[in-house]
Design a protein around this ligand. Structure first.
Ligand SMILES: CC1=C(/C=C/C(C)=C/C=C/C(C)=C/C=O)C(C)(C)CCC1
Ligand SMILES: [Fe+2]
Length: 288
């Protein structure tokens, strides 16, 4: 499982030891190119889990886009609130990568650990990024996360031990190394490693098996088209409303990610609940 992850992790360790500079902008391009497409199949998955007529389909697409646009509006009007929503949504969503943990608080801590590890290792850089995405008060959020990080990481260590004991050894080992690298590597690089090589492949593998009858061309086309539309949509909205949104590519990449992450999380939870509520549904959900 995840051979690409181990290769990428080894590559990053090697580059760090050799002193190769890792720029944040390059890492941001990697996490957008390699991570954004995993949300591109959300609507296709929805269509698979519920029988939608035309009106229902457009309603679902409209709802998804509307929530994303609301999140963009939040970045432009109340960026501090947007940042807090983003971090909370991310912790819940990354916690879903730990289905082997039954306790919801353990899952939340494990999800938050990704943010905690990066912030603990590089408080100044993360604070600067938060401020660039939001406003100067965001520095306080970085301080709060730094203070809470040891607790989140300790609780996650319990989660790792439980996951290991219950047989999810590969995930436990991969995430342990990733959290250490999130502390050591520059924050955006560490995040790109987690997002592109652990989080997205998990989603993509599940999605691909649910949409196994989609041809490869259509699969790749859908991923490229919808990711492109999301990026264009972000640019368009930004151009439409000249605002104080920071121009740095890294900050914008995270803001775009945050905007699509909210409908992405809501939809994935909703589908999951439906699949549980309808026991004789079409696809068996596999637990790793
Ligand atoms: C901004 C920022 C961080 C947080 C990133 C988050 C929270 C990403 C969430 C992405 C989601 C929810 C994707 C959904 O599939 C880090 C890692 C602390 C590093 C420094 C800057
Ligand atoms: Fe995701």
């Amino acid at each position: 499982m995840y051979p690409a992850y181990w290769i990428a992790a080894a590559g990053l360790i090697g580059m760090t030891l050799m002193g190769v500079p890792l720029t944040q902008t390059a890492a941001a391009l990697v996490f957008i190119g390699g991570g954004l497409p995993h949300g591109a199949y959300d609507i296709a998955l929805l269509r698979r889990s519920v029988a939608l007529d035309r009106a229902g389909l457009w309603l679902a697409i409209g709802g998804y886009v509307a929530i994303a646009v609301l999140m963009v509006a939040l970045w432009m009007t109340l960026p501090l609130v947007a940042l807090v929503v983003f971090l909370a949504v991310a912790s819940v969503h990354f916690g879903e990568d730990w289905p082997m943990l039954e306790e919801p608080l353990l899952r939340f801590a494990a999800g938050a650990a990704v943010i905690a590890a990066a912030t603990l290792g590089h408080p100044a850089e993360v604070s600067t990024l938060f401020v660039a995405m939001s406003d100067p008060r965001a520095a306080v959020i970085a301080q709060i996360i730094t203070a809470a990080a040891p607790v989140a990481l300790l609780v996650t260590a319990v989660g790792v031990a439980l996951a290991w004991r219950d047989g999810s050894r590969h995930w436990a080992a991969a995430m342990s190394l990733c959290l250490v690298l999130l502390v050591i590597l520059p924050p955006v690089t560490g995040f790109a490693l987690f997002f592109v090589f652990l989080h997205s492949p998990r989603h993509l593998a599940q999605t691909r098996s649910a949409l196994h009858d989609m041809t490869l061309g259509r699969w790749i086309g859908t991923g490229a088209l919808l990711s492109g539309l999301a990026i264009l949509g972000w640019w368009g909205l930004r151009g439409l409303v000249p605002s104080n949104v920071d121009a740095s590519l890294v900050a914008q990449a995270f803001q775009l990610l945050a905007s699509v992450a909210v409908p992405h999380l809501l939809l994935s939870r909703w589908i999951e609940r439906r699949l549980i509520a309808v026991p004789y549904s079409h696809e068996k959900t596999s637990t790793p």
